[in-house]
Design a protein around this ligand. Structure first.
Ligand code: BES
Ligand code: MN
Ligand code: ZN
Length: 494
């Protein structure tokens, strides 16, 4: 799908359809004959402008095929970009079957806004994210082939630069979604590593991949153990982007949990909980998406993408409850539950990231059901050892329409419950405060920047937002790759 700016008059538009997105109580003049229809619909209260209200008007005089009116409710200045992003996404999804090839979107409120650049970026993102679908495995029916599909979307009054920035952001996320949607029989650690290689070859990034033997040799005892029960052996992936001609670029490490399938291992999950566990690699997919975005947007920062990829399966070679593992930094972990495997994979990956001496470490992981229970399907948990970094991330999330909520990454009582009688720590504790337990556990593997001061670190627990069973405004059903754009936004603002 092509998305472009349109700077002509709406009345001169000769394509299939026009969509006008309006705030509640807003009217729309200056769109030629269509203005009359808008006025009439508003006065008859057929169109209220309330959030989610969509009216389709077939126009019979040949000006256009359809006029769409979509409402976004009442929005304060600061909430407008999130509203138009979601509205654009919902619009392209809802009219997908209307037999239109091209569409002009007009948002009068945005055209007149002072900081319209940010808003046009959001619209570009919304259109691209909303149009996403994963139909690779659908064997196409004949009638589907003959249908007219929405190929061109024009945005009235937009500037192409803001639009294309939004499109790159959304394409990076859609790339992550494409990988996250792949099932476990297709996408396992080895094929995930192949995808990383393909990406880095295409964009000229550095990529190093370690197989299970190298993982063991490199003292990544936790990643090795988590992957041991599967015939699909684990991989460790390290991607590097270095900016050209910059002396002192900030160095950022992004770590992703890459469980290509999480059965729970010997502590196997009940059937209901096995479903969607192909999505347990979302953190890793997001890292690949961010690296793609970085390669295209070329920020003045050195960015390291780091992935621990494994399949957690029960088998003769699985790690067991009671086992004691040794992480790359030498710390020992007694296994209480093999289903708390993500933090183990991240432990080794965070040690590796820390050795690079970065200015900031970010990790993304579908880590705990507890986080999903606490925050629901529309917010990810944010944990950090640094208030300034946490605030920057919260703002980046807000700018992207990805809701984050900060949760505690320290708690005396929970830390105490991490003690093991036979090792340095156990891998899990009580159900209560499970997301904070995991965050405290991860910090044991974040290294020191200077003596006694840890590297600034932020952890996004994206369990619960990684996969949608139904369409949900910005996201169509399936993998969301939530967090990809926030991460890109943070890096682009450095
Ligand atoms: N991958 C899961 C967490 C998860 C749950 C992701 C729901 C997406 C949706 C993780 O590996 C896990 O199994 N966590 C356990 C930890 C427990 C055993 C301490 C959990 O949250 O139940
Ligand atoms: Mn698990
Ligand atoms: Zn998991």
């Amino acid at each position: 799908m092509e998305i472009k700016a349109y700077d002509g008059k709406i009345a001169d538009w000769s394509g299939d359809s026009v969509a006008v997105i309006l705030q509640q109580g807003e009217n729309c003049e200056n769109i030629g004959k269509l203005s009359e229809i808008v006025k009439e619909l508003i006065s008859r209260k057929d169109f209220t402008g309330k959030k989610g209200c969509l009216v389709k008007v077939p126009v019979m005089d040949g000006t256009v095929k359809n006029l769409y009116l979509m409402g976004i409710g009442e929005n304060e200045e600061g909430k407008l970009s999130a509203a138009v992003r979601s509205a654009a996404a919902e619009l392209v999804r809802k009219i997908a079957d209307d037999n239109c090839e091209d569409l002009l979107i007009h948002i009068p409120r945005v055209v007149s806004a002072k900081d319209s650049n940010r808003l046009f970026k959001a619209i570009g993102e919304g259109v691209k994210l909303g149009a996403y679908s994963f139909d690779k495995y659908m064997t196409k029916k004949e009638e589907e082939k003959n249908k007219r599909k929405l190929e061109k979307v024009y945005i009235a009054g937009a500037d192409n630069e803001s639009l294309s920035k939004g499109i790159i952001f959304a394409c990076s996320q859609n790339f992550s979604r494409d990988i996250a949607n792949e099932p476990g029989n297709v996408l396992y650690p080895e094929t995930l590593a192949n995808m990383a290689k393909e990406l880095t070859d295409k964009f000229g990034l550095i990529c190093e991949i370690w197989d299970e033997k190298r993982i063991l040799k490199e003292k990544m005892g936790c990643l090795y153990a988590v992957g041991a029960g599967s015939v699909n052996q684990p991989r460790f992936i390290h991607i590097v982007y270095r900016p050209a001609k910059v002396k002192k670029a900030p160095k950022i490490a992004i770590v992703g949990k890459g469980l290509t399938f999480d059965s729970g291992g010997l502590d196997i999950k009940p059937s209901d909980f096995l479903r969607t566990m192909k999505g347990d690699k979302t953190g890793a997919c997001n890292v690949l998406g961010v690296m793609q975005g970085i390669a295209r947007l070329k920020p003045k920062a050195e960015v390291h993408g780091i992935i621990g990829a494994a399949e957690n399966m029960p088998g003769g070679a699985s790690f067991r409850p009671d086992d004691i593992l040794t992480a790359r930094n030498g710390k020992t972990i007694e296994i209480d539950n093999t289903d708390a495997e993500g933090r183990l994979v991240l432990a080794d990956a965070l040690c590796f990231a820390s050795e690079l001496k970065p200015d900031v470490i970010i990790d993304m992981a579908t880590l705990t059901g507890a986080c999903a229970v606490a925050l629901g399907p529309n917010r990810a948990g944010l944990f950090s050892n640094d208030d300034e970094l946490a605030d920057r991330f919260l703002s980046a999330g807000e700018a992207c329409g990805e809701n984050l909520w900060r949760l505690p990454a320290e708690d005396e009582k929970i830390s105490e419950s991490m003690k093991s009688p036979v090792a340095d720590m156990v891998n899990c504790g009580s159900r209560y405060g499970g997301a904070t337990f995991a965050a405290i556990f991860l910090q044991e593997f974040v290294g020191e920047a200077k003596k006694g001061k840890k590297i600034p670190w932020v952890h996004l627990d994206i369990a619960g937002v990684d996969f949608f069973k139904e369409n949900s405004s910005l996201y169509s059903k399936g993998a969301s790759a939530f967090g990809t754009r926030t991460c890109l936004e943070y890096i682009m603002n450095l």
